[in-house]
Design a binder for this molecule. Structure first.
Ligand code: NAP
Length: 285
């Protein structure tokens, strides 16, 4: 029997509905969560992502600012802008769209964002809090992955989760969040031997490698939950995940599609983080 589809689109809409309601309540008290996005250069994909974030802010009633800087912007200019946003009361979340032009030091820019406004969860202090299990703003895509698994109703505690990919923005934080849920986690990467064999032991398989359709049914344990984080543009212009959806869904119990799976959850978690940051900064939680 083909796997049940986990619709990130529908789950996302539901969560956004709850966020919009909360924003309305805050608005009636004269207060609006605010997100600032900094976009440097002309990367077409980044422009699309930023437009989507702008739209989400608009739809949910957030205040938003997008600062578009030219490719030639200096590091000093970017840091000056981040510092200004750090001290601006109407802004509760700051997101610097990655990747940055090569002449800008990404670490220096991310470290300059005030920890309490770091709604991407990439500041080393937020990363450190995630590692030691303290309260922090969680990185958006990994937090979205955990929400999607929870919505299957499958208990993560005691299950074997395999994460393929160990990037700082997806694989590593996902593995930490799965451990928080008491799953037993195995990490795979480009040097892993016998990866299909390891993946086939997973009750929960999370894939974030950036290789279109690489993970087919031979990597999937019958009945497993398969979460596909990959977003790859094919030559025909279509989007594809890292999982070979048609093949894997014949074996999996639950599976996310691409598009319409993890993607919409990432922006939704960003909005959730911004709402949370705004309430914290105003002493409302
Ligand atoms: P990344 O930084 O390039 O990391 C890729 C990881 O996959 C690395 O750890 C790499 O291993 C591993 N890997 C690469 N090829 C492999 C192979 N053949 N077998 C096993 N492991 C392999 O990528 P990322 O930023 O984590 O992104 C991964 C995918 O998720 C991309 O398609 C990206 O577009 C997508 N993504 C989607 C969202 C969303 O909102 N839906 C958000 C972020 C990323 P090594 O460490 O050994 O090199």
């Amino acid at each position: 029997m083909a796997a049940e589809i986990i619709s990130g689109k529908l789950i996302s809409e539901e969560i956004r509905g709850n966020i919009a309601e909360e924003v309305q309540v805050l608005a009636s008290k004269g207060f609006r969560p605010g997100l600032a996005v900094v976009l440097i250069g002309e990367d077409p994909a980044s422009h699309v992502y930023v437009r989507n974030k702008e739209k989400a802010c608009h739809d949910l009633g957030f205040y938003s600012e997008v600062h578009r800087l030219p490719e030639t912007a200096s590091q000093e200019e970017v840091l000056t802008l981040v510092n200004k946003l750090n001290s601006q009361d109407s802004i509760h979340g700051i997101l610097v769209q990655l990747p940055l032009p090569k002449h800008i030091d990404e670490k220096a820019v991310l470290n300059a964002i005030a920890v309490e406004k770091d709604v991407d969860g990439f500041h080393p202090i937020n990363v450190g809090n995630l590692v030691i299990g303290d309260d922090s703003l969680l990185p958006c895509t990994p937090a979205g992955v955990i929400k999607l698994i929870k919505r299957t109703g499958i208990e993560m505690s005691g299950k074997h989760a395999v994460v393929i990919g160990r990037s700082n923005i997806v694989g590593k934080p996902v593995s930490l969040l799965l451990q928080r849920e008491n799953a037993t986690v195995t990490m795979c990467h480009s040097k892993t031997a016998n990866m299909a064999e390891i993946a086939r032991m997973a009750d929960i398989l999370v894939v974030a490698i950036g290789r279109a359709k690489m993970i087919d049914a031979s990597y999937v344990k019958p009945g497993a939950v398969v979460i596909d984080v990959g977003m790859n543009r094919l030559d025909n212009g279509k989007l594809a995940g890292d999982v070979d959806y048609d093949s894997a869904r014949e074996v999996a119990g639950y599976i996310t599609p691409v598009p319409g799976g993890v993607g919409p959850m990432t922006i939704t978690m960003l909005m959730k983080n911004t709402l949370l940051a705004s309430k914290r900064l105003n002493g409302l939680v």
